[in-house]
Design a protein around this ligand. Sequence first.
Ligand SMILES: C[S@@+](CC[C@H](N)C(=O)[O-])C[C@H]1O[C@@H](n2cnc3c(N)ncnc32)[C@H](O)[C@@H]1O
Length: 270
Amino acid sequence: MLEFELKEREFEKIASIVYDHCRLNLRGGKKPLVEARLAKRLRALGMGTYKDYLALVEADEEELGMMITSLTTNHTKFFREPEHFEFLQKSFFPEVLEIGIRTLRIWSAGCSSGEEPYSIAIEMRESLPDIGRMDALVLATDISRKALRQASEGVYTVESVKNVPAALRNKYFSKSSAGGELLEVKPVIKNLVRCRHLNLMDPWPMKKGFNIVFCRNVMIYFDKVTQQGLVGRFQRVIRPGGVLIVGHCESLAGMGQGFRCVSPTIYQKI
Ligand SMILES: C[S@@+](CC[C@H](N)C(=O)[O-])C[C@H]1O[C@@H](n2cnc3c(N)ncnc32)[C@H](O)[C@@H]1O
């Protein structure tokens, strides 16, 4: 017997709200996940029924955001999918140096708690000796305000920083003033990253001109039509010759018009 009963019509209502807001598809077997994740929210709010909870979600945009955060997967880690960082190190940044590019814009779209944009910024700092005199930024966006808060703070457990090679860990992380066994990304890296709230389904306020867009392990949660629309929008904001990088379970198969496949997850705008 579940602590809170989620009636079929309430599940349908939640599924429509979430799909309309961020195109996350919960229909087709996700009811147990919704029950498990939202029961925690109901408990935290001291609510007894999903009817009351839905009334709150419909009246309060902040709770809608909390519900979306509870239902999305924020799993991430530093230097996840190392082949992408190898691409930056061995191919992309050497070209930046060779061509003499001075303005560099990289977008981590769906950055979660910040491990991805900070890994990119570390690689950037390591590969571009002149970075202090360049106009270089990593834009980090996510729909989850909770994840973004952590990204902006740049404070991580020792355990989660284990994936960073020791030499880079010693160079770019310091003991956090927040105490405990926490490490903080140093300002020299933080200053390269700008964290902003953005639902990818909304209009994008940024101008075009990205050299690289990382959108990894985000599109996998969207249906094909949404994925196609998003890839088209990325194509329009990436500079000619720029690159779109997706996650290892994703691909642009059948929707990569305007891109040349460099490797199964790396696409260059033609
Ligand atoms: C699994 S994490 C991936 C994090 C990182 N890109 C990586 O590969 O390690 C997926 C992220 O996408 C975000 N997300 C899901 N739907 C979104 C949307 N419509 N707009 C912006 N971000 C979204 C989630 O909040 C979550 O932080």
